[in-house]
Design a protein around this ligand. Structure first.
Ligand code: FAD
Length: 668
């Protein structure tokens, strides 16, 4: 109990849990709002109409929140759905979009842009907020609004964005140059203050807690004698650290051409390269084990050595490998390696790419997202009650899990019936076309009439699980005192903790003084080194779904106290609120040369499951980032654009766009 008190687990913080979009306040002292009771009494499920319906400010367990996944998992487990009692809403749309993430929103944008504002579109999403992974976490403290991305962090390498993505950014009013020039000074603020990175060696791994400032810095700058001598590494490991990062290496594969060496490195893990080829002491791996986690959610045991080379990791400088032309792999559908050395870098709005999703929705539904500029969306309060009203060009229906999509009718009267569960009730709507902008692996369950080969291709990938946690704190004086802006802790519950990037968007101002409140960003990648990559993803997903918020809270408080305690951080006193964004189905599966064929990784081969899986099927087309086997925002937008082109093609020339072989055989 005293440990719990010390961590502040007995202290009230902002935290409410939500079931199917309905708030269930935690703690006996809180009163159930009247609207919840009246909703149940009326048996009508319309939580979005409540005045206090504002998901960005919900804390506790978010991301795939309770209430968002149960119907999907039930559909998977019982392999079908009971449609007795389902009702037809009578709604007819030109387009129904399954999934309200960046891809679904972008698809709607492109469709409405082409057909005009008379087009009728319905977006269905199982979460209580739109945006998919690109969610916003918002906090209020002492009259200040704070925000952080709950998922998608950056517009990454924008100069490499595909054409539809560039077009979309421009259409919705995003001006990255203006944002960057408004934030030129602030982005340097931590550096000006002398704050930098550190490593935290945890006592569970090293026998005693120790924080060492320095190290890291991309490509190992900073792993010098001064840094290494402060670490708890053995003498051999220190020597090997300096050799690995600081020396010219021999050619470890002499006598082979550059192409032959690359082929070898593509099928060797970076762990094996370091241990068996470079022969470093195993302790050295502690620093490097999470390399690739941010991009691939893998440890180095499932990271091909060739990817590590592309990422600028050490050990290869004597091998005379021919450099990959800058950006060549960046837009290769099927992989997202090659993004590791971004050109202009990444652009981070305070709430990440939620700024983008809010601006797309503003373009579709101006009343729901008031304002007119990129800057004013920073503090705009979305009016969720206005997302789903009759007579709008687009409607966004949240808290609605699609359970079946099937063709009905034939010839000119062919339609697609879309069935979804909302508030426990199953309903049908009809669309002339449907875009599946959800996740590939659920599509075979939703569209049972798909050919078996296409279902197998859609089921091929396993999405990577990860957690972004936002912790709102009253001040960041501990970071200032300790000279820190971020701390890596590879063997702790969260592998990193840091201050949010110092950027502002309009009146959404970042903290300029350490006495001001701020949101800390923490990352967790639940990997199980040694197992096959897909197995690690499945185990990680189970872990995320099983772990209650209380466990996260305890781990977070303990970690922050240990990492920052000597800077006078006190979790019990300083934490305002915690939002755990758990993404059991996170990044799209990307091809990896340790387990997938090389041409899937390095060419745009049509054999790749993402290509086989994304073929249009009757009036159903497939968007979403899985369709590119790339988890980037511009992949999600590019696939949305392609899917809408397929829809428009079929609208314009149905006979040509619908080869007989791909016509659904069992339409009814
Ligand atoms: C933590 C995290 C950080 C990221 N950071 C970056 C980054 O910095 N830069 C970058 O470019 N990319 C990043 N990504 C990847 C990027 O977010 C995605 O590529 C992109 O947002 C995917 O968009 P999407 O619409 O295809 O999928 P999603 O965002 O997953 O949206 C799909 C939506 O469909 C819904 N859905 C699924 N099944 C159903 C159903 N049966 N009925 C109704 N709805 C359903 C899902 O719940 C979801 O809301 C990140 C991803 C994560 C998870």
């Amino acid at each position: 109990m005293s440990k719990q008190r010390e961590l502040g687990l007995d202290r009230p913080i902002t935290r409410r849990d939500f079931i199917q979009g309905v708030a269930v306040p935690v703690g006996a002292s809180l009163v159930v709002p009247g609207w919840v009771q009246s909703l149940h009494a009326a048996q009508s499920f319309a939580p979005e109409q409540a005045d206090d319906y504002y998901p960005p400010s919900r804390s506790g367990m978010r991301g795939s929140h309770d209430g968002s996944f149960e119907v999907g998992h039930q559909l998977r487990d019982q392999r079908g759905w009971d449609f007795s009692g389902a009702t037809d809403t009578g709604e007819r749309y030109d387009l129904v979009v399954v999934g309200g993430g960046i891809s679904g929103l972008a698809a709607t944008h492109f469709f409405v842009k082409h057909l005009g504002r008379n087009a009728r579109v319905l977006i269905l999403d199982n979460h209580d907020d739109f945006g998919g992974h690109a969610k916003r976490n918002e906090f209020e403290y002492n009259g200040r609004t704070l925000a952080l991305n709950g998922g998608t962090l950056n517009i990454e390498s924008p100069e490499r964005y595909n054409q539809p993505s560039q077009e979309l950014l421009e259409d919705v009013g995003i001006d990255l140059d203006r944002f960057l020039s408004n934030n030129t000074d602030s982005r340097q603020m931590y550096r000006r203050m002398g704050l930098g990175g550190a490593y935290f060696f945890d006592k569970e791994t090293w026998g005693a807690d120790r924080r060492v400032r320095g190290g890291g810095g991309g490509g190992g700058r900073g792993y010098d004698e001064a840094f290494v001598s402060q670490t708890p590494l053995s003498a051999e490991a220190r020597r090997d650290m300096l050799r690995l990062y600081g020396s010219t290496h021999p050619d470890y594969l002499p006598g082979l051409s550059s192409a032959e060496k690359k082929a070898r490195l593509a099928t060797m893990s970076y762990t094996n390269f370091l241990l068996e080829v470079v022969k470093v002491d195993p302790q050295v791996l502690w620093f490097i084990q999470s390399t690739g986690a941010g991009s691939f959610v893998t440890g180095i045991d499932t990271l091909p050595a060739l990817f590590a080379w592309e990422m600028g990791q050490p050990g290869f400088n004597g091998m005379d490998l021919e450099p990959t032309p800058d950006g060549m792999l960046a837009n290769l559908p099927g992989g997202h390696h090659g993004r590791q050395r971004p050109g202009r870098g990444a652009v981070h709005f305070p709430d990440g790419n939620a700024t983008l999703t809010r601006l797309i929705v503003r373009g579709l539904l101006p009343d729901a997202v008031p304002g007119s500029t990129q800057e004013d969306v920073g503090t705009t309060r979305v009016d969720y009650a206005k997302l789903d009203r009759p007579g709008q060009p687009a409607r966004v229906r949240l808290n609605s899990t699609v359970v079946r999509v099937r063709h009905t009718g034939a010839g000119a009267s062919e339609e697609v019936e879309v069935s979804y569960v909302r508030g426990g009730r199953t309903s049908h709507v009809r669309g002339r076309h449907v875009v599946m902008a959800c996740w590939n692996m659920i599509i075979p369950y939703l569209v049972p009439e798909l050919p078996a080969s296409q279902k197998a291709a859609l089921a091929y990938g396993v999405k990577a699980p990860l957690v972004y946690t936002s912790v709102a704190v009253k001040n960041w004086t501990a970071f200032e005192k300790l000279g820190l802006s971020r701390v890596s802790s590879p063997t702790m519950y969260h592998a990193r903790v840091g201050l949010d990037e110092a950027v502002s968007l309009g009146d959404l101002r970042h903290a300029e003084d350490p006495s001001e409140p701020i949101v800390l960003s923490l990352g967790r990648y639940p990997v199980t080194p040694g197992l096959p990559r897909k197995e690690q993803y499945r185990l990680g997903r189970e872990d995320l779904l099983r772990t209650p918020f209380t466990t996260f809270e305890e781990k977070i408080r303990d970690q922050l106290n240990r990492v920052l305690g000597d800077g006078d951080f006190d979790a019990a006193r300083d934490i305002i609120a915690i939002t755990v964004n758990r993404w059991p189905h996170g990044y799209s599966y990307t091809y990896n040369s340790l387990t997938d064929p090389l041409d899937w990784v390095y060419t745009a081969s049509a054999e790749r499951p993402c290509v086989v899986g994304r073929q249009p099927f009757g009036s159903i087309t497939i968007a979403n980032s899985d369709a590119a086997a790339s988890p980037h925002t511009d992949a999600a937008i590019g696939e949305a654009h392609r899917a809408i082109q397929e829809v428009l093609q079929r609208r314009a020339m149905p006979a040509v766009a619908q080869p007989t072989a791909r016509r659904p055989s069992n339409s009814q």
